[in-house]
Design a protein around this ligand. Structure first.
Ligand code: PMV
Length: 287
């Protein structure tokens, strides 16, 4: 339970399908237990945003939905910012929940999308949908958005942080500029997502598809040497598959593991920030 005027949004990880999802292909993702909380309190004078992040986009994004006067908004987040883990969508969902606790499902997603757009320009809606609905999700942009809940397998995900942020807006624009030459790769990503959906409970088969997804993300120009190194390290430590997660250009890699310990140990031995990602529970009924 949260107190009145308080809303929570979860971060997310994209299992497969980022970037291609912007062009109407499906993607699979899940909400993680790391979250953002927004608390709204009455306040005399112009609205104030109290956030640990100096990023002016936080203020600009929140001002798309908050009144110009009379509110102090406290933003606190556990979701790493600019790491491909959906921090802006978590913020968007949290502030809408703080204002309108009655909204759920598609109505909550629709209300949070303008805030996500203020950050990213032309988002697919995947991050907002996963943050709003929780659990695992198969998503297609639409309109209308197609969303089905996913039962994830009993594998583990380890998140490895490259230590540098990625800029989602710039990466999405870079992919757009490389089309149509890279459309063949975007189409293969879409097909691979459909295959992944059928092998969610077959971890080695899923891992092989995640490896292929990373190769395709490299081919469309969104990986970096640091992300490629993390992928290689995870595979060398026994991961069943690994890929960058989110927009790329920085951010995180996710590694699919039967046992997370060797990958966590290998990362820590090299001074790489690593954490096991736990799926957040589903919220309410799916739209
Ligand atoms: O980097 P993130 O967490 O904002 O994820 C972006 C996902 C993309 O597919 C690259 C863009 C989108 O809008 O779906």
């Amino acid at each position: 339970m949260t107190s009145p005027g308080t809303g929570v949004g979860h971060g997310k990880l994209i299992l497969c399908g980022e970037h291609a999802v912007v062009y109407g292909h499906p993607a699979l993702a899940f909400a993680v237990t790391l979250s953002t909380t927004v608390q709204l309190r009455p306040h005399q004078g112009p609205t104030v945003i109290d956030s640990p992040h100096a990023d002016p986009r936080v203020r600009d994004a929140l001002c798309t939905v908050l009144p110009t006067e009379g509110i102090r908004a406290f933003v606190r987040t556990e979701v790493p910012v600019g790491r491909g883990m959906g921090s802006s969508a978590a913020l968007a969902v949290a502030v809408v929940r703080a204002q309108h606790p009655e909204l759920e499902g598609q109505a909550l997603i629709d209300a949070a999308m303008p805030i996500e757009r203020a950050f990213h320009g032309n988002p697919s809606g995947l991050d907002v949908a996963v943050s709003a609905l929780g659990g695992g999700l198969s998503f297609r942009k639409g309109p209308p958005m197609e969303m089905q809940p996913l039962e994830l397998g009993d594998w583990h995900i380890v998140v490895l942080d490259s230590g540098s942020p990625g800029d989602t807006r710039a990466q999405v624009a870079g992919v757009a500029a490389r089309r149509p030459d890279i459309d063949v790769h975007l189409e293969r990503i879409g097909a691979l997502v459909a295959e992944a959906r059928n092998v969610l409970h077959d971890a080695p088969a899923l891992g092989a598809l995640l490896d292929e997804n990373h190769a395709l993300l490299r081919a469309i120009g969104v990986s970096t040497p640091a992300l490629d190194d993390l992928v290689d390290m995870a595979r060398g430590a026994g991961a069943l598959g690994a890929k960058l997660a989110g927009a790329g250009g920085g951010g995180v890699v996710l590694a699919l593991c039967a046992d997370p310990t060797p990958v966590l140990d290998a990362a820590r031995a090299r001074g790489i920030a690593a954490l096991p990602a736990r799926p957040a529970p589903r919220h309410g009924a799916h739209p």
